[in-house]
Design a protein around this ligand. Structure first.
Ligand code: TYD
Ligand code: ZN
Length: 414
């Protein structure tokens, strides 16, 4: 992986206008969730997936970007309810909201990126005034069928103003795995500013750069993750828009996320965890170019080792498949140039992905029920964040002599 020095095209931070130093380059990559039928597979859009570090506010972000309407089409296949772990997580979030009732009896809760309503469903059942905002109509239909109110739009300052006009101020704006997906983060913060009640909270969960760097989770980098947040860069960004980062909480979910709690500046005393995590990031050197140079060498090592292993298994006549047609797998498959010759199938439980091909790498996705028939010799686990759940569910695969291949933090077999 050779990040290209800024040749002609200069890049500036989307938030502060500072210089972006290119630190990672994954080359040409497809829309990671474009699971399409074979006859559409050549139409999947590609872009250059490269990452830059802002020399001023330290926000790590993609240099180019895939236009949102190409990523979040009405048939966007991701469903938050697909995993037990994730369902439980959102039920806990919802239970906490029901118990604390932000804004009291008539409080209003908005969720940005409500997907299939996995979180808001509980609020709806508890009679809490709520609104989900999500452009993916298919997921929104599922949410609505569970009694969740959804506005099928992209959240931005205009949508926020419209919501405020119709429903009044929000006492809590919640979002999970969505804020880092939105390139116009400035418009999000301005929208939050117009929608949020004076003492309201903006709480969002997103993957944490600290975990990505520490555990070599390079596949967390794909089209949708425009920003790789750190506590430091979120704090700086919140401050630019008149807010303050008042709490952070580390979550094991998705291989390591942080729940950021943001309030209007000066309205709450920041919790000690903010300073703790800033210190932790300083010792991890998350804002230094040299850290990314080491990271990119690790990524190249993984690519070499994984390709060597898959080729060796193929020449030994072993049957190897993929498990979990994750968004993340797009980066692994396309960066390593793994296609159906090395990995003839990927098994996945999402009906919307089954019968389709993986984007760019064109590997058929099969229903996970078919995994056992017959078991392969090895399964490359793309859904490593659900390893425990999947390995428990598929324990007879291992008992029958099958082995899992993992590729982070290094390529290994279990
Ligand atoms: P996810 O964790 O959302 O990863 P990403 O954000 O990279 O898409 O996706 C998990 C994928 O794995 C999803 O397509 C569903 C699939 N999956 C299974 O096939 N079986 C399972 O038991 C679980 C938990 C997930
Ligand atoms: Zn910046």
């Amino acid at each position: 992986m050779k990040p290209q020095p800024a040749l002609g095209a200069e890049h500036h931070c989307r938030l502060c206008g500072g210089d972006l130093r290119e630190v990672l380059d994954f080359g040409s990559q497809p829309v990671s969730n474009a699971f399409v039928k074979a006859d559409e597979a050549d139409e999947v859009p590609f872009f250059r997936l490269a990452v830059g570090l802002c020399t001023s506010c330290t926000m790590v972000q993609q240099l180019d970007e895939m236009p949102p309407h190409k990523m979040y089409r009405s048939d966007y296949p991701y469903r938050a309810s697909g995993s037990l772990l994730i369902r439980k997580h959102f039920e806990n979030v919802a239970r906490h909201i029901v118990q604390t009732r932000p804004g009291g009896q008539n409080g209003f809760v908005v969720e940005i990126g409500s997907n299939d309503g996995v979180m808001l469903k509980t609020l709806s059942e508890a009679g809490i005034r709520h609104l989900g905002v999500d452009p993916a109509a298919g997921a929104a239909d599922v949410a609505e069928s569970h009694g969740v109110n959804v506005l099928t739009e992209f959240f931005d300052e205009k949508t926020a103003a419209d919501i405020r006009k119709e429903h009044g101020p929000a006492h809590l704006i919640f979002s999970a795995n969505t804020i880092s997906h939105i390139s116009y983060l400035d418009s999000i913060f301005r929208g939050v500013d117009s929608l949020l009640a004076p003492d309201g909270l903006f709480v969002f969960e997103d993957r944490w750069l600290g975990d990505i760097l520490e555990h070599g989770f390079f596949d967390q980098i794909y089209d949708e993750h425009i920003y790789l947040f750190s506590v430091r860069s979120v704090q700086a960004t919140a401050a630019r828009f008149g807010f303050e980062l008042v709490d952070v909480e580390h979550l094991a979910l998705h291989g390591g996320s942080i729940r950021y709690t943001v309030a209007r500046a000066g309205t709450r005393r920041p919790a000690a965890a903010v300073a703790e995590y800033l210190e932790r990031e300083r010792s991890q050197r998350v804002a230094e170019e040299a850290t990314f140079v080491r990271f990119s060498a690790e990524i190249d090592r993984i690519r070499t080792d994984l390709l060597d292993l898959l080729r060796e298994l193929r020449s030994d006549g072993r049957r190897v498949v993929g498990y979990g047609a994750t968004s993340r797998s797009a980066t692994v498959l396309n960066y390593c140039q793994i296609g159906p010759d090395l990995l003839p199938r990927v098994y996945d439980s999402t009906p919307e992905k089954q019968g389709c091909l993986t984007p760019g790498s064109k590997i058929p996705v099969c229903p996970s029920e078919a995994f056992a028939d017959p078991y392969p010799d090895y399964a490359l686990l793309f859904a490593w964040n659900h390893a425990e759940e999947i390995m428990a569910k598929e324990c007879s695969f291992h008992e029958a002599g099958g082995r899992w291949i993992l590729y982070v933090p290094t390529v290994h077999i279990v």
